[in-house]
Design a protein around this ligand. Structure first.
Ligand code: PRT
Ligand code: ZN
Length: 283
């Protein structure tokens, strides 16, 4: 039986539950529950503060966890990072009052920096040979310079709006983060097999997100050309149409290339082009 730790509330809660549901795990999203068991997969969901997730996975209280890469790196817990999940994207950056001039990381020599991520910051500063004083605070880091607690901050940035509204500017992007699936390092053979099944589902889900299903009618004379435009997973599906000289062509394309492919297909006579969203791609 797997046990996955996810955030009780906060920025990663909803998307963690949504991901579990998308891969067919029936999770009870009632946030008051501490532990709940899925009805259709051997997995229990443990709801925790994100700060505690790396540790409970490292010590085996939970077999898996969904948490920001920033928390894993800061806590230095010994876990496997099994998969990046493509949500919760952010970075941890150094920021200073916007009126200050900035010419390079030496700026921070002798400065006081407020942060909730002292370990990641210390490592960065020592790599740069900079000596600064760290003020470790657990919340509202962005108000530290205005409050006179620090000269600069090292904090999570996403849109950058919080920095701007506090009169700060981002000067060094130090750490890129997103939500990751982590696993205990000593899984039983049985749990490892269950994890493989989950990963297979997560990858199928992720693959389908960036693809579109394309159907069209195409003159048989243009078929060879069309197949070159649409390599598809193996090769496009071709079906004859009742109208002579025409066939129906089905294929999967990268969403990023969709409009370029459509333009090329129209140029060789494709008509009645339909673009459909894919639910899953099972490789
Ligand atoms: O209660 P619990 O301890 O579980 O939650 P928490 O309050 O510690 O964390 P939470 O829910 O705020 O964030 C969980 C995770 O989401 C973080 O560890 C990051 O991996 C990820 N994440 C993604 C973010 C952001 N984006 C984000 N923008 N975490 C925090 N922020 C905050 C940031 O601290 C700053 O105050 O949002 C502000 C900046 O946002 P912008 O858009 O104005 O730049
Ligand atoms: Zn937290």
């Amino acid at each position: 039986m797997l046990r996955i730790a996810i955030q009780t509330k906060g920025r990663l809660n909803e998307q963690s539950i949504a991901l579990l549901r998308e891969i067919g795990i029936d999770v009870d999203g009632a946030k008051r529950k501490f532990l709940s068991k899925a009805t259709n997969f051997p997995i229990e969901v443990l709801y925790l503060r994100d700060d505690d997730i790396p540790q409970v996975v490292a010590n085996g209280t939970a077999t898996l966890g969904i948490v920001g890469m920033n928390e894993v790196a800061e806590r230095g817990c010994d876990v496997d990072i099994v998969s990046k999940l493509g949500f919760g994207g952010c970075r941890i950056s150094l920021a200073i009052p916007k009126s200050e001039e900035y010419e390079g990381v030496e700026y921070f020599n002798g400065k006081r920096i407020a942060t909730s991520y002292p370990n990641i910051l210390e490592q960065f500063l020592s790599e740069c040979g900079v000596k600064a004083q760290l003020e470790v605070i657990s919340g509202s880091v962005e108000i530290a310079p205005a409050a006179g607690i620090a000269d600069a901050i090292f904090d999570i940035v996403s849109s950058g709006g919080t920095l701007v509204s506090n009169g700060l500017k981002e000067v060094e992007r130090v750490f890129e983060s997103e939500a990751v699936l982590i696993a205990n390092k000593n899984l039983s053979a049985e749990d490892r097999e269950l994890l493989e099944e989950l990963l297979f589902r997560i990858e199928s889900e992720r693959d389908s997100r960036d693809k579109k299903y394309l159907l069209m009618n195409i003159p048989t004379a243009s078929l060879e050309e069309a197949v070159k435009i649409l390599p598809a997973m193996r090769s496009p599906t071709v079906m004859p149409l009742a109208a002579e000289g025409w066939c129906s062509l089905h294929s999967v394309v990268d969403a990023a290339e969709l409009w370029d492919k459509v333009r090329q297909l129209k140029a060789i006579g494709a008509e009645g082009i339909l673009v459909l969203t894919l639910d899953k791609i099972i490789a």
